[in-house]
Write a protein that binds this ligand. Structure first.
Ligand code: ADP
Length: 261
């Protein structure tokens, strides 16, 4: 959010939390790059939606930003930290809800959160309090002693989100957090994300659901073939394109209608 600049009456742009510069990735044996000079900036308090058809490079980008994958070129700066040079420091600043559920199936929801909270340095009463808060937020207090393996898809996604926010990270990375789940779980996850957004959590978020991005994101970028095609607040982006009345139409105009499998 822009901050008032005392004395001058001007508004100063808020701090850049994430800077992605010229990011490139060529997978071994691949003919074309997965990322090809990806550039964007996410500022404090923004919910930035990274949108693109299958194969556009979204997961590759999030994986590099989270230090899970090495880029072929370019740089990522998170809260002033060069993530390639100082990956351990960078990891302390964010929470990640990856596309594949990152929980131990044989442990209960509470046991998983206790384990991951411990990895983040939480302990004792603070840890218990955060586990209670996060399980309540995602509607899992009743299922907290059930093993993850016995959870429905929606419950797993909600537990995945609880694990990502447990340590109250400054930045949250979400890779398709509502994919393949029922309307009830989806709606609860979106409520949770809106709640976190309204409390000022910065988020980078990928989704295929355009109406979801319109409701949640303060800014979106449409990417394809490893680079950004257009970016802006969802409504501004579609309003700036002739004949496009919503984000989905703008998205199809930018990326084309041919199928991506
Ligand atoms: P998205 O998340 O937007 O669907 P990805 O980042 O998964 O896109 O993929 C971008 C491109 O990189 C695609 O062409 C995909 O086939 C390729 N790719 C992704 N992961 C690998 C990998 N581990 N090895 C080789 N190619 C990959």
């Amino acid at each position: 959010m822009p901050a008032a600049n005392e004395g001058t009456g001007m508004t100063a742009p808020s701090e850049a939390v994430l800077q992605v510069r010229g990011l490139a990735k060529v997978y071994r044996g691949a003919e074309t790059p997965a990322l090809n000079g990806l550039d964007f900036t996410v500022r404090e308090g923004e919910v930035f939606g990274l949108l693109g058809p299958n194969g556009a490079g979204k997961t590759t980008a999030i994986s590099i930003i989270c230090t899970l994958l090495r880029p072929t070129g370019g740089s990522v700066t998170l809260c002033g930290v060069d993530t390639a040079r100082f990956p351990a420091r960078a990891r302390r600043m964010f929470g990640l809800a990856p596309q594949d559920i990152a929980l131990y199936p044989s442990l209960t929801a509470r046991e998983n959160l206790r384990f991951f909270g411990g990895l983040h340095g939480l302990e004792g009463r603070d840890l218990q309090r955060r586990i209670d808060e996060c399980l309540t937020l995602v509607g899992l207090r009743n299922g907290e002693n059930t093993r993850i393996a016995a959870f429905s898809g929606g419950m797993k996604r909600r537990a995945n989100l609880a694990a990502a926010i447990l340590h109250s990270p400054r930045v949250l990375f979400l890779d398709e957090p509502t994919v393949g789940i029922d309307a009830q779980s989806r709606s609860l996850i979106l409520e949770n994300l809106a709640f976190l957004r309204d409390r000022g959590t910065t988020m980078l978020y990928t989704t295929h659901y355009m109406e979801e991005a319109e409701a949640l994101c303060t800014r979106v970028a449409v990417m394809d073939r490893g680079r950004i095609l257009a970016e802006g607040p969802p409504r501004t982006l579609s309003a700036g394109m002739d004949g496009c009345s919503n984000l989905e139409e703008a998205f199809l105009r930018l990326t084309g209608r041919h199928l991506r499998d």
